[in-house]
Every structure is written in C-alpha cells, then in structure tokens.
Write a protein that binds this ligand. Structure first.
Ligand code: FES
Length: 102
C-alpha cells in the first residue's frame, strides 16, 4: 500500500495533531503519549474539521458540537445522537518520519 509522508516526529508533540490532505481525503494524525494515530478529519456529525478541536488523553473532541471519538480506533465515544465512527488509517514511523497508509 502507498505510504504518504506526514512530517517528522518532532513536528507533532504529545497531545498535538496535524491535518493532511491525501487523495481527496482529509486525515488528522495525533500524537497520543508518543504513539501516532491517524483518523478521518471530517466529523461524521456535520462535517467539522476535527483537527480544529482538541485532544484529551486519546479522545478527540469536535469543536462544533462536542462529539467525542477515540483517536486510536475512530469509535464514537460520546454524542447525544448516533453518528458513524471515523475511518482509521495505518501509521508507520520509519526513523523520524511519520507515514500514513491512506
Ligand atoms: S460537526 Fe462535529 S459534533 Fe457536530
């Protein structure tokens, strides 16, 4: 599978995230305790960019209406309505390069 370079590991600190656009997909890569995870950046509620929200532990919180998703598996954690989980992508760290398989 195609690997896409995101950035150097030093460019996403613990608890931070970075949005990239690949093949028409918006993906957010998050650093959770030194491990990197990639999920779809588009909130399944109404389309907000999750990279504009915030991260608490491994939970990403949408800035628009507060939907909470697990960065590690894309699963919806908390929201008043049933909305879809997020797509997840494989992340590979080679030396100090973060790569994703979109
Ligand atoms: S758009 Fe994300 S919670 Fe509404």
């Amino acid at each position: 599978m195609e690997k896409i370079f995101v950035c150097k590991t030093t460019q996403i600190s613990v608890g931070q995230m970075k949005k990239i656009s690949v093949n028409g997909k918006d993906i957010v890569v998050a650093n959770i305790g030194g491990d990197y995870f990639a999920i779809n950046d588009t909130c399944t509620h109404a389309g907000a960019s999750l990279s504009e929200g915030k991260i608490e532990d491994s939970t990403i919180i949408c800035a628009w209406h507060g939907a909470q998703f697990d960065c590690k598996n894309g699963k919806l954690i908390k929201f008043p309505a049933k909305i879809n989980d997020l797509e997840v992508y494989n992340v590979i760290v080679e030396e100090d390069n973060i790569l994703v398989e979109p």
